[in-house]
Design a protein around this ligand. Structure first.
Ligand code: GLU
Length: 336
């Protein structure tokens, strides 16, 4: 208990989460601490997203034992958006294997925005990683299924298994994005021109837009993240959703590129693999322990929820979740 940043003492832990009451108390403190912050702006490039109440704020923590702590609007449904990229990537890795996806899609940060065309051109058509739109479209193109409908079904069923409940599609968000996603269509065509997408690119964009329109809440995100923290077993349903190795692959990709251009800064400050989406969700995963899900629609310029980042930072520090934090063991201390 030494380091102190932002007035928050840093706990260090290599074991399980603290006891029920302590976690419950800290989830409550995270909420109270940041609930009145109004910095940031709601995403409006997908018109349906601009209609959200910007004051909504929910926090959830799920552990690998299936305990879930929630506060505020943790049960409010919103579209998963880019967070779907993490779970669809996991499903495709599970179906096709580590090497195929690593070669076809890549695992390196681009340093550019999530919907960058320049990043594709600079890398000779390589999508670079599954967390930017190019890599996510290339990943969705690899989803098993003979038709777009079959691929969509595969995604919906698989992502629902992570959540442990059947996830609905937000039809308004889907329609709204389909009318305004010329850029994603252009990216898909560009990837087709480089041979990175070998099926109809507009079908891929349609399936991708559906996956982004799946409705989740902060509680779902915590459980979905806890599944990745638990070797692929959903801690509520007990179902093995993906293999432990796929969880490891997915979390390493999230660490490198889950938080848009802020991924390095995020890892430096918070020390957890995480993914955010433009509707205001964030999931952060503590391997072997559990996960944090947050929802707050006001975003910073990189597209990450402002209050979600603060609440996650607070919980990472106080719950001792930073994967890089350690404390000297007593065996190294000078003997009296
Ligand atoms: N559906 C959104 C897009 O492709 C997702 C963006 C995001 O959450 O980063 O533009």
């Amino acid at each position: 208990m030494e380091l102190e940043v932002d007035g928050i003492e840093q706990a260090v832990s290599t074991g399980a989460l603290p006891g029920w009451e302590r976690v419950d108390h800290l989830v409550g403190s995270a909420y109270e601490r940041y609930r009145s912050r109004t910095a940031g702006a709601v995403a409006d490039y997908i018109p349906a997203l601009a209609r959200v109440d910007p004051d909504l704020f929910g926090v959830a923590v799920a552990d690998v034992g299936g305990r879930v702590h929630t506060i505020g609007a943790a049960g409010h449904d919103f579209s998963i958006q880019s967070i779907s990229k993490a779970f669809v990537y996991a499903l495709v890795c599970d179906a096709l294997g580590h090497t195929v996806v690593a070669d076809r899609v890549g695992v390196d940060n681009t340093g550019f925005g999530f919907n960058s065309v320049i990043a594709i051109e600079l890398n000779n058509g390589h999508p670079m990683n599954p967390m930017v739109n190019a890599g996510a479209l290339a990943t969705t193109a690899l989803v098993p299924g003979e038709t777009p409908a079959a691929q969509w079904e595969y995604i919906r069923t698989g992502v629902s298994r992570f959540a442990g409940r059947f996830l609905e599609l937000d039809g308004d968000v889907y329609q709204s994005e389909m009318l305004t996603n010329q850029r994603n269509k252009a990216i898909a065509r560009l990837l087709e021109s480089y041979g990175r997408i070998t099926i109809d690119p507009l079908d891929v964009v349609d399936v991708y837009t559906r996956q982004c329109s799946l409705l989740v809440n902060a509680r779902d995100l915590a459980i979905m993240g806890a599944t990745l923290a638990d070797g692929g077993v959903n801690p509520i349903s007990g179902q093995q959703v993906v293999s432990p190795h796929v969880c490891q692959d997915t979390l390493s990709v999230l660490a490198a590129a889950g938080m848009y251009q802020r991924s390095g800064e995020w890892l430096y400050e918070i020390g957890l693999p995480a993914k955010s989406g433009v509707a205001g969700g964030i999931v952060a995963v503590a391997p072997g322990k559990g996960a944090i899900g947050t929802f707050s629609p006001r975003l910073d310029e990189a597209g990450n929820s402002v209050r979600g980042q603060r609440a996650t930072a607070y919980l990472s520090r106080t719950l001792g979740l930073n994967v890089f934090a350690s404390a000297a063991t007593t065996r190294h201390l000078p003997q009296p």
